[in-house]
Design a protein around this ligand. Structure first.
Ligand code: IDP
Ligand code: MG
Length: 134
């Protein structure tokens, strides 16, 4: 059975462009309840820990720099089938491949500055919620 919790980050590019409001509106319209939400700023150490699974990728260092480049908004969300439905709502990692109407299609500028994070499994959703909210 699929879980009812997922985790998201409005990334620095979207926050800087004042897309926080419209993105939250899309999330709520799609039926997600916000259980927890906070504005914060990551440092290199925490960004590196959050994206640990990518530490062998060529884009890792740039990704960490980008995630530390400005404020972010972190949220714990609730809905049935949360992880899968949220990934559908945000669209493909590369906004060029994202479907019309998805958050990344609407608000992302590149494969790196792609506006929003969404957990990729129930297990990672719980890990990420605990990383930010305990
Ligand atoms: P996801 O966010 O759609 O789950 P992941 O593959 O988990 O995508 O990558 C994590 C984040 O790393 C992406 O959201 C994006 O910001 C960045 N990223 C992924 N692939 C690339 C790339 O090829 N070049 C630059 N940045 C990338
Ligand atoms: Mg991912």
């Amino acid at each position: 059975m699929s879980g009812i919790r997922t985790f998201t980050i409005i990334k620095p590019d979207a926050f800087e462009a004042s897309y926080t409001g419209p993105i939250i509106e899309k999330i709520e319209e799609a039926g997600f309840k916000i259980l927890n939400m906070r504005l914060e700023r990551l440092d290199q150490n925490r960004a590196g820990k959050f994206y640990e699974v990518h530490n062998d990728k060529p884009f890792f260092e740039r990704l960490c720099n980008y995630m530390c480049s400005g404020p972010i908004v972190v949220m714990e969300l609730e809905k049935s089938n949360a992880v899968e439905d949220f990934r559908k709502l945000i669209g493909a990692t590369n906004p060029e491949n994202a479907e019309e109407g998805t958050i990344r299609k609407l608000y992302a500028t590149s494969i790196e500055a792609n506006a929003i994070h969404g957990s990729d499994s129930d297990e990672n959703a719980l890990k990420e919620i605990n990383f930010f909210f305990t």
